[in-house]
Design a protein around this ligand. Sequence first.
Ligand code: FAD
Length: 589
Amino acid sequence: MTVYAAPLREMRFVLHDVFGVADKLTALPGYGDATADVMDAVLDECAKLCEGVLFPINQTGDAEGCTFKDGKVTTPKGFKEAYKQYAEGGWCGLTADPEYGGQGLPEALDCLVAEMIGSANLSLGLYPGLTQGTILALGALGTPEQKTYYLPKLISGEWQGTMCLTESHSGSDLGLLRSKAVPNGDGSYSVTGTKIFISAGEHDMTANHVHLVLARLPDAPEGVRGISMFVVPKFFDDGKQNAVACGSIEHKMGMKASVTCVMNFDGAKGWLVGQPHKGLAGMFVMMNKERLFVGGQGISQSEVAYQSAVAYAKDRIQGRAATGPAHPDKAADPIIVHPDIRSRLLLARSIVEAERALTVWTHMNADISHKSSDAAACQHAEDMVGLMTPIVKAAGTGFGSEITNSLLQVLGGHGYIREHGMEQLVRDVRITEIYEGTNTIQALDLVGRKLGIEGGRLFTGWLREVEATLKKLDGRNDLAEFTGPLKDAVEKLKSVTTWMVEASKTDPNARAAAANDYLRFFALTAFAWMWVLMIEAALAKKNDDADFANAKLNVGRYFMQRVLPQIGGLDAVIRAGSKPLMAMAEGAF
Ligand SMILES: Cc1cc2nc3c(=O)[nH]c(=O)nc-3n(C[C@H](O)[C@H](O)[C@H](O)COP(=O)(O)OP(=O)(O)OC[C@H]3O[C@@H](n4cnc5c(N)ncnc54)[C@H](O)[C@@H]3O)c2cc1C
């Protein structure tokens, strides 16, 4: 069996000791209540829900899956009740506007709540995860009437929100989508089209569904500039059903308790959200939130895999330590004595802790960008969120796959069989690399769009922050083994970025050829920054908790000495350019 105890100590360390989130945010309008005590109480409550209610139905939910009959979806046993508890706890509206029933707490807290919920039950957590994105999009772009009508029920979790973008011929390239919306003359539209792969499109846990649908108006220009967004409820307020129905559900590799639907809109009545033809930009309000959320899903699975692999590695006895028996009283030593097992565990832990810190930092910037009255601070914070969104998404999920897979190996053959639950983690996490824009699309966003904004304003803004850390810690000999590698990585990142930008002036494939490796390089450098900040914070509190600080030093050292050097290889791969990829003729494949 997998095991999971919410990593509250780690979460508090990042929130309070590393970033002082409460100190920074309580000064902002609307966040006065977000004190450290309130945040701790929220985390404690969430841990109880996750450990006591959501985690116990994770494996059974996977085994049973969702079923589809006569247009209706039934979620696995226990899901309806667990979701009810989740909704009644107010978790869906944790960050939502108090005017509509939300609690108005910061995203920096919510991302940790989402991580816990994902760890406990990735499938169940996706349902409200989508609702939260819908709340954000309608909150930002909806009319006052739309907000008053939809937001309270979404925030309370009584209604489910969905995002309906994908069509069979239109996935990464949304410019190809064909669904149509024709004005009815009364302010509403008739929406027609078939959407595929719609998460939570239909199920039995909520009383209504609120679909945000991308479609084209009759006069729409071609491509992404001709897409509008519509809100399409399943049921109207008189209880009548709209012309939208689930045609079938997908049979998937993982996340079997999260339903994925084909949704047929057959002249369904909907209302425009935001401006005509600006629907994709509108949907990005939701998608940016979801991309960060999905990055957290990757972390969540790595965390459970780590905890489960540690428990196994301490218990399973096979072979002897190379230095002689570590437990002579036993027939063999626990496998945690073996370097390979330790390496797998330390890789996971060094990445997860850095990712968690980076995620909190990014969400804290989102909070600042939403609430600060200082225009320059807002812009900088927004830039940081924009730059880090593809990195948090793609690195969190890419490493999520690598780590769960690597930790399955710790259990040997027992990892491969269902009973232990490790194979579920590998299957479940795999989709996170694909949905919300594949990880390649994230990497292209980073190298193509984010680096290009105003001659690299986002990148230089981020470098200023990292260099400020290095300047502050200059002369701290006790930190040199961490700051030295960070400094080196930053210089290498600057150099390879310049190389890529130059190469792309003569080679149209240069950026795309480098994209995935460049994103990983960037992520590892950002993680190195997080490790420096974490080590600094841990040493500052060493007298309070020496074991905690020593563990941080050990894991941080592992990262600097055995993970960060990967950037050397990535540097060489990036500089090889696009030729090795593009030289072979299509027919030769
Ligand atoms: C379980 C599940 C849940 C989902 N939930 C939702 C949902 O709720 N709502 C929704 O709208 N959609 C949803 N999706 C759809 C998901 O977002 C898409 O599958 C994803 O965006 C990729 O689109 P595609 O599958 O058509 O792949 P394609 O776009 O066909 O891509 C195929 C491959 O080509 C690569 N590729 C494509 N374009 C480029 C390019 N320009 N440069 C380099 N490489 C490229 C991709 O990275 C990928 O590796 C879900 C999918 C699944 C499987």
